[in-house]
Design a protein around this ligand. Structure first.
Ligand code: PHE
Length: 495
């Protein structure tokens, strides 16, 4: 059976940009920039992009395109003992999609509530009490929140219809889902520019506070942001590249994807800080305090700011529509990575059916996040998967590509198919810079978490996070522990 293909080069690049540009660009990047030194944060961010993000993205594109398989099959072709690395990466992606879809479900609930601006009285109370019905602690699961569950089902139906025909249906979706959020962001930017206080917000965003550069936490935040935002080490970019033809250009696709993604992050920073500047001017709260509100930025602070504007219903609806359209192509890229693992093994299986079962499993896995303790579980799982499982997977990928298979031989392949040539610095990055810098970050995070339990959660709850990390490690190590089957012995001839 012939392998599926993207209908054109542009469609592939749009799909890769769609996977990269997601919820991470609109709330995670701006709040990190606000928290870690405004303009100065761009320095570690851009260094992380060049030193780790760009080389690793190119590595994923090269492996997928050369091996013409998803993460598990491609790693197996690189070296049979390493297929567990691919499985661990895809499994982490699957764990992420289960809660990523729930965040999109919250956005859908907000979209419906936009026209009445239901949070106008108190955005905080609205989010925690009316939407989440949050329980008093992680030990109190409470019941499932029906509106969130219904929204989650709707989100999964949407995801299903994006992936059900593989690259063909995904290709027709990304043509709209990539430009749409950018257009909506531009409308919101025009709105922000006309508001009082916008320039104060921008000033905080761009004014560098240099002393933060001495803080290792800032560097760690910048590196993990680059991973999350470029969808690295989950097997998604590798899977997408496996649907290109083996002689397609790699270098230019990597530049275009990585630079467009960062440009959209920086652009959304202008929107967010402009609106926060306005809110600060209306409520006499310092902008830095508003920006550093962490994950609550998109569902508490921003909605509150929108409710203060003229025409709040319209702009709130645009904002939440933008969040959903931003998230959808990231969400389905994670599903595609899982589908491809099955379809590589059983090419005669129908994509529609594989997609159905993967989406149904994702929906069921997400139900825990729709309970009253859902936010706590989401927070714990997100922390451990993005700080440990993914870092381990990325280190493993760099070692496999750089040392086991050979960075130089991959570089020769990349240069043979690309117009722009890539220098020896790429091999140095894959072999040394990526594994060493990520290992340092991993150990720094480990020592922080061992010193003080993450967010003060009880140890049994954090145990769930550690169990997920151990499971990833176990899956990676398993093929090394199982003795190789003895080679086939030819039967002795009786005569
Ligand atoms: N890059 C996406 C974002 O910024 C998240 C994502 C991670 C998507 C991993 C796919 C794989 O929101």
């Amino acid at each position: 059976m012939s392998r599926q293909r993207w209908s054109s080069k542009t469609v592939f690049v749009l799909a890769a940009i769609g996977s990269a540009v997601g919820l991470g660009n609109i709330w995670r990047f701006p709040y990190l920039a606000g928290k870690y030194g405004g303009g100065a944060f761009l320095i570690p961010y851009l260094i992380a992009l060049l030193a780790v993000g760009f080389p690793l993205l190119m590595l994923e594109f090269a492996i997928g395109q050369k091996m013409q398989q998803g993460a598990v099959g491609a790693f197996k072709r690189l070296h049979p003992k390493f297929q567990g690395f691919g499985m661990a990466a895809v499994l982490s992606g699957f764990i992420i999609i289960a809660y990523y879809a729930v965040v999109m479900a919250w956005a859908l609930v907000y979209l419906f509530a936009s026209f009445r601006v239901s949070w106008a009285d108190s955005a905080e109370q609205y989010f925690f009490d009316s939407v989440l019905h949050i329980s008093e602690g992680v030990g109190h699961l409470g019941g499932v929140n029906l509106p969130i569950l219904l929204a989650l089902i709707a989100v999964w139906i949407l995801i299903y219809f994006c992936v059900w025909r593989g690259t063909q249906s995904e290709g027709s979706v990304v043509v709209y889902s990539v430009p749409l959020p950018v257009i909506l962001l531009s409308v919101l930017l025009l709105r922000a520019i006309t508001l009082p206080g916008c320039l104060d917000g921008w000033q905080l965003y761009l004014k560098p506070s240099w002393r933060v550069l001495a803080d290792p936490e800032v560097w760690s935040a910048a590196f993990s942001q680059i991973f999350f935002t470029l969808s690295l080490a989950f097997g998604t970019m590798l899977t997408y590249a496996s649907y290109k033809s083996p002689d397609d250009d790699i270098v230019s696709d990597t530049w275009v994807t990585a630079l467009t993604n960062s440009a959209i992050s920086i652009f959304s920073g202008f929107v967010v800080f402009g609106v926060l500047g306005y809110m600060a001017s209306q409520t006499a709260t310092p902008i830095a305090e508003l920006a550093a509100s962490g994950p609550g930025l998109a569902f508490v602070i921003f909605p509150q700011a929108l409710s203060l504007m003229p025409l709040p219903g319209l702009f709130s609806a645009l904002f939440f529509l933008m969040l959903i359209s931003l998230g959808i192509d990231s969400a389905f890229s994670l599903v595609e990575a899982v589908n491809t693992v099955f379809l590589d093994r059983k090419p005669h299986w129908k994509i529609e059916q594989v997609s159905f079962w993967v989406c149904l499993t994702g929906l069921l896995a997400g139900i825990v996040y729709t309970t009253q303790a859902g936010l706590y579980y989401l927070d714990i799982v997100d922390h451990f998967v993005t700080h440990y499982s993914i870092m381990l997977a990325a280190i493993a990928q760099a070692i496999l590509g750089g040392w086991v298979y050979g960075a130089e031989s991959l570089r020769r392949y990349i240069n043979a198919v690309s117009n722009w040539q890539i220098g020896a610095w790429w091999s140095v990055s894959v072999k040394y810079v990526i594994p060493v810098s990520l290992a340092v970050l991993l150990f720094a995070q480990l020592s922080t978490d061992l010193r003080s339990p993450y967010e003060g959660y009880p140890s049994w709850a954090l145990g769930i996070g550690w169990a997920l990390v151990l499971m990833s490690g176990g899956i990676m190590a398993a093929p090394f522990c199982i003795p190789a089957r003895p080679a086939h012995q030819p039967q002795k001839n009786r005569s």
